[in-house]
Ligand binder design. Structure first.
Ligand code: MG
Length: 265
């Protein structure tokens, strides 16, 4: 199934990490390796993850990408894509974000799930995810492709940790059974201008369905979603490009407001 050799996987994982650290753009991998398949792409992502972990980086959770119906249709996929969250990706809302370390960042509002049980696939369902969720947390994910022009090539993006770069969490809330999570709305403002509206339903109809897909995809690799994990379930709106000095505010129904500021140059 896999099309790339182990040494090519290793080399491409190093190249992507160098691009991250040097804040420089690469040509998308499929330009040089058109035969790369999705399994190779995840192999590269897992190699990057292992390299980081071997240097003492803690993996605190996972993220889903391309989880909207429109994005999945556009890319011809039936499941979202995933990436990992490393401890050093996290930023706090009251400190300006280091935009100088990002290539062409975009922001999207998301619902985060914090688990207090380990989830194992296959056959993980929405109800399993909700039963394992301790907290729901509003979040802003800052995505950044390490490729020229933010190339949204499915396989290249998966190799590039599904474009994850930074994330900021709002206040965590114990999950309440009465909440209609798909109906939870969000409004996104950039420098006080409303730029996007969305709701939980934009994420695979239900953000917990996105998490269930993640668990089932992990099972194909013999992996589980460990207790204590944070999962960013996918963008509730289209991602918004940001510039130095921008302020982004997200108003989440029930879960509260968040505001972040990017460094000016
Ligand atoms: Mg996202």
């Amino acid at each position: 199934m896999a099309q790339l050799s182990p040494s090519e996987i290793t080399k491409l994982a190093r190249r992507l990490e160098r691009a991250e650290f040097s804040v420089s753009e690469l040509q998308k991998i499929t330009a040089e390796h058109p035969q790369m398949d999705l399994q190779d792409a995840y192999d590269i992502q897992w190699a990057i993850r292992r390299n980081k972990a071997s240097r003492g980086v803690r993996i605190v959770g996972m993220k889903l990408g391309l989880a909207s119906e429109a994005a999945m249709r556009q890319h011809g996929i039936e499941q979202p894509i995933y990436g990992f969250l490393a401890d050093y990706f996290e930023r706090v809302a009251d400190e300006p974000i280091d935009i100088e370390n990002l290539i062409h960042p975009k922001v999207e509002p998301e619902l985060g799930f914090i688990l207090n049980k380990t989830l194992r696939g296959p056959n993980c369902q929405i109800a399993d995810v909700l039963a394992a969720t301790q907290y729901l947390v509003p979040a802003l994910e800052i995505i950044d492709s390490r490729y020229q022009q933010f190339a949204l090539d499915l396989r290249s993006t998966v190799a590039d940790n599904s474009a994850c770069a930074r994330f900021v969490l709002g206040d965590r809330h114990p999950l309440k059974a009465a909440w209609d999570i798909p109906a939870l709305g969000v409004a996104l403002y950039q420098n006080d201008q409303l730029v996007a509206n969305g709701s939980g339903a934009a994420v695979m109809g239900h953000p917990a369905a996105s998490v269930a897909h993640l668990v089932n995809m992990l099972a194909e690799r013999g992996e589980v979603l460990a207790t204590g994990s944070l999962v960013l379930s996918g963008g509730m709106t289209a991602a918004v490009s940001v510039q130095p000095g921008d302020q982004i505010r997200a108003q989440f129904q029930i879960l509260g407001d968040m505001q972040i500021q990017f460094h000016s140059r």
